[in-house]
Design a protein around this ligand. Structure first.
Ligand code: ADP
Length: 156
């Protein structure tokens, strides 16, 4: 089974990295799929998001990063032999993920998604909260990899 971890990653956080490391432990390798959705307003361009992920996983084997434009179910032959990894934080994530999972299943019978529960210490963590704190000059060093902290500081 091939594991893919799709998301916006604007930017990647330690919460994402935790899910990624755990998925890699289960599946041996993981493809991080950076979704390029022009309707979603992001702080970082798709290429910047990819580059930050690559920097963050430097030295870790069997993790690759790809850009994907379009419907997830159209990736890799309707996702045959592929499992989609998603992270769950609070109950608030559940409703959205539930809707997405059922919609994707409707679009492709072979769609399979596996949810990994966040680590306790990352429950509160999201890309948006990190950007919010960075903009207001707060300390984000325990929330994101060093390369992200550096770029965010420059950006704001
Ligand atoms: P999307 O726009 O697809 O939700 P995100 O980059 O926000 O993209 O999130 C990608 C995936 O990572 C989602 O499944 C999300 O629930 C998960 N995720 C984000 N932050 C955390 C965290 N702190 N702990 C666990 N999972 C997380």
């Amino acid at each position: 089974m091939k594991a893919i971890y799709p998301g916006t990653f604007d930017p990647i956080t330690n919460g994402h990295l935790d899910i990624l490391a755990r998925a890699r432990k289960i599946f041996g390798s993981v493809v991080v799929l950076v979704l390029d959705n022009p309707r979603k307003k992001t702080m970082f361009s798709t290429e910047e998001r990819v580059s930050l992920i690559k920097d963050s996983v430097k030295g870790i084997d069997n993790i690759s990063v790809e850009i994907y434009k379009g419907l997830l179910v159209h990736y890799a032959d309707n996702l045959k032999d592929t499992v989609v990894i998603r992270g769950l934080r609070a109950v608030s994530d559940f409703e959205y993920e539930f809707q997405m999972a059922l919609t994707n299943r409707k679009l492709s019978r072979s769609f399979e998604v596996l949810f990994l529960m966040t680590d306790m210490k990352y429950t509160y963590l999201s890309s948006s909260i990190v950007k919010e704190i960075a903009v207001l000059g707060g300390d984000i060093s325990c929330m994101v990899p060093e390369c992200v902290e550096k770029v965010l500081k420059e950006r704001v």
